[in-house]
Each structure stands twice: as structure tokens, then as C-alpha cells.
Design a protein around this ligand. Structure first.
Ligand SMILES: NC(=O)c1ccc[n+]([C@@H]2O[C@H](COP(=O)([O-])OP(=O)(O)OC[C@H]3O[C@@H](n4cnc5c(N)ncnc54)[C@H](OP(=O)(O)O)[C@@H]3O)[C@@H](O)[C@H]2O)c1
Length: 348
């Protein structure tokens, strides 16, 4: 563990310096790691582990695009790729990387495959923390652990391939073998985490659901639309409205934030922009604060998970979802965005 000072609060983190890949391989040398689900996280985590020399097989229901993708990625049916139940029976570490609704649907089957001493691994606290809704209550004679990459499965793979790594949080919910933490850290390093920071299942799911509904996606989508609509209402052209709302952010400012932080970005913009941002930042913060309160309460009360399970388990879920996504994709704003992006010199 390394002690890192996060703005005055010291926290422990684990990097590959404290826990090397060689150590991870040693810890996992007698394990068969089964990745159940080949959706978004499944490919990233399983391919990274395979490249890192871990004994990994994939479990995926047959007949769909995900099965085909696993085959295209070099998993061999009958050898390293199996239907869910068969795969789960072969594993000593079971990585439950189906969609959260898929985990609920398949739990009785997967539970019946678990043997004493196995490790059940999640990348989200959802199923365990909201067990009253999911019905997922693991038996007592297994380890239950979590490694949650803080980014898309696509980034898990891309960062691994470009030699960096994604940050992940980790937690142990149940330590039956006495080795749960060591197994968790080994898996965290094996899937390509840049560093690992400790959490609990509860903290992970509360912060994750808040983050994605808030700044990371929901809030961002909402404020972008609000500003674009405002500019359009006042007669600005689509290209101007989109450039001032999204393109300048993604092509310039957020890159500076990624490099050195908002504090640094603020000191490297025009004094005019600076004055405005310093005046308006607190107004936006105080205006949205009550909405964030409402969001966090809804998360903790289980209303968000209830809604996810209800909508995502419906038989016509994909069609309904597609309709909602189509509305956004077909809107003037995001069509204008496609046109703006096509004009980037590297895409012309
Ligand atoms: N998405 C991310 O980047 C991300 C980031 C951090 C953590 N996580 C967590 O990682 C876990 C996996 O998420 P994900 O986004 O990778 O999932 P996903 O892409 O939504 O997962 C889809 C996978 O689940 C299977 N599946 C869904 N319903 C099923 C059912 N009823 N029976 C059998 N298989 C079913 C799908 O098979 P088919 O293709 O055949 O439908 C596919 O393999 C979740 O706990 C999630 O919260 C995800």
C-alpha cells in the first residue's frame, strides 16, 4: 500500500509497484478465472487477463452477437468459451460481468455452480447491496469481492493496449478463504488497473450511480442541451451553438482539465472567460446542489436500482431503449454535432 495525500486526506492505494503483475500471476496460478458475460466489461477484462498470462475462460449465452465477438477475439468454443452454466462450473473465480439485470435473471443458475472456496467477483456493488431487489445472496462458504474499473470496458482495453491503465476501486464483502483481499488485488492488477483504491460495496454503488446520473453523463447531457437550446432560441446557428457548447469543451478545455485540473485550466484561459467562470461557477453549483441531494437520496433509497431492474428486465427493453436513444440521435443538436465533427481536419 502507498499512502497518498489527496488534498489533505491521506488514503491508501495499490499500484503495480506494491503488487506486481508477477505477484498477481503467482496468486492466481492455480485459479481458473471465468468471465461471465461478453458485453462491455467482459471483453476488456478477459482479454487483458489473457494477455497477462492468466488462465481465463469466457461464459456467454449462445446464439447472439456477444458469443460471436468472443469467437472473433480468439476464445475457442469448447476450450475457452462455454455457455454460462458450463463455464461457471469450471471456474474457481467467477467474474459476474453480465448486465446488472442479467445477473438477477441468471443468479439461481450461477449460484448452483458455486463451490466452497470459490471467489464471486463483481464490478459493481449493485447486486449485493440491493439484495432485497436482486435476490442475490451468496452462500457463506465463498469469497465475495469487487474490482470496479472507473471507466468503460472499452477504456479498460484501450488503456491496457497503449500501456497505461484504468483506475479501479476494490472491496471485499465476504472473506471465507482468508485470502479474499490477496485474490482481489491480484485480479485488479491482472485486468490492467493502473492503481486500485479501497472502497466498500455500498460506497462503490452509491458513488457510481450518483456519478453516472450526475456529472459523468446525465447532468452533462442535460446542461449541454440546455445551453444549446438557449443559443438556438436566441438565433444562433446550429454550428455556432454546438461549437460553443460541446466542440470547444471536448477539443480543447476538457483536455486541459485532464492534463492539469480545472484550477490550472482556469488560469490558462482569457481573463474575460476567467471572470465569467468565477462569477457563474458558484451560481451553477448552488442551483444544482438540491438536485444532487435528490439524486443521492434516490440512489441510497434504492429507487434508482428499482427503476433499472424494472425497465431493463422488460421483454421489449431493447426496442424501447432504442426509441429513446433515437430521439437524441435524431435531434438537431446531435446531428449538428456529427456535421461539426466531420469538419475536423483529421476527418475531412
Ligand atoms: N459498462 C461498463 O463499462 C461498466 C463499467 C464499470 C462497471 N460495470 C459493471 O460491470 C458489469 C457488466 O456490465 P457491462 O456494461 O459489461 O454489461 P453489458 O454490456 O450490459 O452486459 C451484457 C452481457 O450480459 C449478458 N446478458 C444480459 N442479460 C442476460 C440474461 N438475461 N441472460 C444471460 N445473459 C445476459 C449479455 O449477453 P447477450 O449479448 O447475449 O445479451 C452480455 O454478455 C455490471 O455489473 C456493470 O455495472 C460496467
Amino acid at each position: 500500500m502507498a499512502n497518498i495525500d489527496f488534498g489533505g486526506v491521506v488514503e491508501e492505494v495499490i499500484t503495480s509497484e506494491e503488487f506486481s503483475l508477477d505477484k498477481a500471476k503467482e496468486v492466481l496460478k492455480d485459479e481458473t478465472v471465468v468471465v461471465l458475460g461478453y458485453g462491455v466489461q467482459g471483453p476488456g477484462q478477459s482479454l487483458n487477463m489473457r494477455d497477462n498470462g492468466i488462465n481465463v475462460i469466457v461464459g456467454q449465452r449462445e446464439g447472439g452477437r456477444s458469443w460471436e465477438r468472443a469467437v472473433e477475439d480468439g476464445f475457442v468454443p469448447g476450450k475457452t468459451l462455454f455457455p454460462l452454466e458450463e463455464a461457471a462450473q469450471k471456474g474457481t473465480v467467477i467474474q459476474f460481468l453480465l448486465s446488472d439485470a442479467g445477473q438477477v435473471a441468471t443468479w439461481p443458475l450461477i449460484k448452483s455452480c458455486l463451490r466452497e472456496g470459490d471467489a464471486l467477483y463483481f464490478s459493481h456493488g449493485f447486486s449485493i447491496v440491493y439484495k432485497d431487489q436482486t435476490g442475490i445472496e451468496p452462500p457463506e462458504n465463498i469469497d465475495v469481492v469487487l474490482v470496479a474499473p472507473k471507466g468503460s470496458g472499452l477504456t479498460v482495453r484501450r488503456n491496457f493496449l497503449d500501456g497505461s491503465g484504468i483506475n479501479s476501486s476494490f472491496a471485499v464483502f465476504q472473506d471465507f478463504t482468508g485470502k479474499a483481499k490477496e485474490r482481489t488485488l491480484a485480479l485488479g492488477i491482472a485486468i490492467g488497473s493502473g492503481y486500485l483504491f479501497p472502497t466498500t460495496f455500498e460506497k462503490e454503488v452509491h458513488s457510481d450511480l450518483t456519478g453516472e446520473r450526475g456529472v459523468l453523463v446525465g447532468c452533462l447531457l442535460g446542461v449541454m442541451e440546455a445551453q444549446y437550446n438557449l443559443l438556438r432560441k436566441h438565433g444562433h446557428s446550429p454550428s455556432e451553438a454546438f461549437n460553443e457548447t460541446v466542440e470547444e469543451l471536448t477539443q480543447s478545455l476538457i483536455r486541459l482539465v485532464a492534463e492539469n485540473g480545472m484550477d490550472w485550466m482556469l488560469s490558462n484561459i482569457s481573463t474575460t472567460a476567467q471572470r465569467g467562470a468565477l462569477d457563474w461557477g458558484p451560481k451553477f453549483r448552488d442551483t444544482v446542489a438540491p438536485l444532487f441531494d435528490e439524486l443521492y437520496k434516490s440512489v441510497v433509497a434504492g429507487q434508482e436500482t428499482k427503476r433499472v431492474l424494472e425497465t431493463n428486465s422488460a421483454p421489449d427493453y431493447r426496442e424501447k431503449l432504442q426509441k429513446e436513444l433515437d430521439v437524441i440521435q435524431n435531434s438537431e443538436m446531435w446531428k449538428a454535432g456529427a456535421a461539426v465533427r466531420s469538419l475536423r481536419p483529421e476527418r475531412r
